[in-house]
Design a binder for this molecule. Sequence first.
Ligand SMILES: [Zn+2]
Length: 147
Amino acid sequence: MGHTAVERPPASSKEVSERMRRVRQRDTAPELRLRSELHRRGLRYRVDASVSGIPRKRVDILFSSARLAVYVDGCFWHSCPEHGLIPRANREWWTHKLAAVQRRDAEATTVLEAAGWKVVRVWEHEDPAEAADAVVAALAVGTPSAV
Ligand SMILES: [Zn+2]
């Protein structure tokens, strides 16, 4: 999920620590919903997978032969335009932290695309069926027919 190494903020509010506890889990509910929808459609993939030749980048849902990397981004950590917010307490710390997450996301996308991978990013608030449609569309585009 790209946020496993995030340390705790200083003197966090109850609301923030609640939110952090939720998003720090692996296999988050939105990711599980998308994964089961993809599975239901007969698609097979690797989970929380590393990409060969690209060190230190893990991918939430990886389609190796199609060279497609899917990320399910949490609205809080990845600053969703609809639901992202910077907690009032420790605002400066959070501004810095959340900006760093966005930089890391952008860097991962750039590195993967430069290596010939397609990248699909899905917000955790997105409908799993619509997200699965986007994944299927990405799988269909540019997939070599003879693999
Ligand atoms: Zn959102």
